[in-house]
Design a protein around this ligand. Structure first.
Ligand code: 5RP
Length: 237
């Protein structure tokens, strides 16, 4: 990550935390931008600027980080509702449809975003695209016993798929749920994210894909203008 990208991520993470109010139940996203947001939230709780905030993590990463920072946590099953969820994304299109799952956390991230009254996405300007899946591959979480059959079915639908492999680990990435990830490229990019999300999730053996459709209320974008990091709320097309 470049220094400029790190500055954009930090700026947008701080801006998002401003939306958290006392007493809120907050969905805590995953990835490097969400981690900066969790750190900023932890600082505000520690300094007494925010009180009675409860976090609902979307990954092992978020649970450990928030726990270390002393942020009170609850599980998805134990909260009636989530007031606000804040999370990163890998790609954002003009209609606020997203690709997520670069960190293989999209199953829990989608559950939390769906339960939230308000879902705010925090990205740096490199994540804004005209068309999804031209550059970033679409993550699909699959049951380990079904990955080959799911891969064949996805290829028959006109895509290329690769099993995501671990780094400093022999073998595949294993998700927080114990499953595997297929990274998928649809030839020419994604025409209809709403239709494709359901189509992929209907393949037996698929747990969840990284298309987040019609879930996002606001996209905060960190950008560099005249050498200085700032944040704007992206207008929806
Ligand atoms: C993890 C995600 C992340 O939010 C996404 O990959 C963006 O990560 P980063 O903020 O590190 O760029 O979906 O599953």
């Amino acid at each position: 990550m470049s220094n400029l990208q790190a500055e954009m991520k930090q700026a947008v993470a701080l801006a998002a935390v401003e939306q958290i109010q006392n007493g809120m139940v907050v969905g805590l996203g995953s990835g490097s931008t969400a981690a900066l947001m969790i750190q900023a939230l932890g600082s505000k709780i520690a300094s007494g600027q925010l009180k009675n905030v409860v976090g609902v993590p979307t990954s092992f990463q978020g649970e450990v980080l928030a726990g270390d920072l002393g942020i009170p946590l609850k599980s998805l099953n134990s909260v009636g509702q989530i007031d606000l969820a804040i999370d990163g994304a890998d790609e954002v299109d003009p209609s606020f449809q997203l690709i997520k799952g670069g960190g293989a956390c999209h199953v829990q991230e989608k559950l939390v975003a769906t339960m939230a009254q308000r879902f705010v996405v925090v990205v740096d300007s490199t994540k804004i695209v005209e068309r999804l899946n031209v550059d970033f591959l679409l993550p699909v979480e699959v049951l380990p016993g079904a990955w080959i059959t799911v891969k064949k079915t996805l290829e028959e639908l006109g895509s290329e798929c690769v099993l995501r492999m671990g780094i400093r680990k022999a073998g595949p990435v294993v998700t927080d749920q114990g499953n595997l990830i297929l990274d998928v490229r649809i030839t020419g990019g994604i025409d209809d994210p709403v239709q494709l999300e359901s189509k992929i999730n209907n393949i037996p053996g698929v747990l969840e894909n990284g298309l987040f459709v019609n879930l996002t209320d606001e996209v905060l974008v960190g950008e560099i203008i005249d050498g200085v990091a700032g944040v704007r709320s992206l207008p929806k097309a």
